[in-house]
Design a protein around this ligand. Structure first.
Ligand code: ATP
Ligand code: MG
Length: 301
């Protein structure tokens, strides 16, 4: 049974003037057990909408979501027990202390009273919040609120953990703590899905990725395979003057250019001959996720 199976999910929103718009258009995603999975895409691509459908907060207009074979729409309570979600927006029981918030959540998710205190202590240590146990949630800093959101989501030891931009706006040390935690949970058998705009973070952590844009899946697979597919097919170069007439076949990707690779020596010679001293750098190595991302999203704009 896969940790997550999203089958041809479509979500339609109405805007204020009543016009409809597909935030997700027949999206399918499946995640293998024990993997760290990256859901990537530009602002407005539909990532958080997909997460809302997975968490059962919203229902799809078409398609289905199953968590370990449990249908989220029809067996919502069972699905919730298997799932921990850290939403993108901070939502918090502001008037309560950190410990009270966790105690309440532990109860809601069926963590036995006898175990709850020890678990809470553990997650507070995991997230570096031990000093703040008695502090009211409203008095926490932004990064600390984010930590409390993560603590809440992992307290009942979900089998599938979903983090929507967990490292947006957090400092370097917390970011590394979150990476460490994700890796540890993954080693302990938790499957993790997360979204990020930091592509080096996705490169560091993810086993596989799905890239969505305008509500559609535009690329999916193992990161290594995707990188191989892109890097073997192109030469990358930078110019001092990017406005110079473009060599036929080359395309701009961010601040770089890409040229389809057929024969390395011949292609390199063609590029150097065309650009001469305007050529700042040239390489044909593994494509970074950033380049793949820019190329694919530019292509589908
Ligand atoms: N409740 C809603 N009602 C109407 N439109 C919505 C609603 N939720 C999301 N949308 C729209 O759906 C699209 C996808 O939004 P979503 O939040 O899923 O994007 P995202 O990929 O998470 O982007 P970001 O990287 O900025 O977080 C956007 O155009 C957004 O305005
Ligand atoms: Mg989002």
């Amino acid at each position: 049974m896969l940790p997550l199976t999203v089958k041809q999910v479509t979500k339609i929103f109405k805007n204020q003037s009543g016009a409809t718009f597909k935030a997700l258009d027949s999206v399918s995603v499946s995640i293998q057990p024990g993997t760290i999975f990256g859901l990537l895409g530009p602002n407005g691509a539909g990532k958080s909408t997909l997460i809302n459908l997975i968490s059962g907060i919203m229902l799809p207009d078409q398609g289905s979501v199953e968590i370990f074979g449990v249908n989220v729409a029809t067996q919502t309570e069972r699905a919730k027990q298997l799932l921990g979600v850290v939403p993108q927006e901070i939502v918090m029981e502001m008037a309560f202390s950190v410990e009270e918030v966790l105690y309440y959540f532990g109860g809601m998710y069926g963590v036995l009273r006898s175990e709850r205190k020890a678990r809470i202590r553990q997650v507070l240590v995991d997230l570096g919040l031990e000093d703040k146990a008695g502090e009211r949630a409203r008095n926490l800093s932004g990064g600390m609120k984010r930590r409390l959101m993560i603590a809440k989501a992992i307290l009942h030891r979900p089998k599938l953990l979903i983090l929507d931009e967990p490292t947006a706006g957090v400092d370097v040390s917390l970011r590394q703590k979150i990476w460490g935690l994700v890796r540890r949970l993954s080693e302990e058998g938790t499957t993790v899905l997360f979204t990020t705009h930091y592509l080096e973070e996705a490169e560091k952590l993810c086993d596989s990725i799905t890239l969505i844009n305008h509500g559609r899946v535009i690329k999916e697979g193992k990161l290594k395979d995707i990188q191989r597919e892109f890097s073997e097919n192109s030469i990358h170069f930078e110019l001092f003057d990017p406005a110079a007439p473009v060599l036929v076949g080359a395309i701009a990707v961010g601040s770089e250019f890409e040229y389809p690779l057929k024969n390395l020596a011949v292609d390199m010679a063609a590029i150097t001959a065309h650009y001469g001293t305007n050529l700042k750098s040239i390489r044909s190595e593994a494509a970074s996720l950033e380049h793949i991302f820019l190329k694919l999203t530019n292509d589908t704009l």
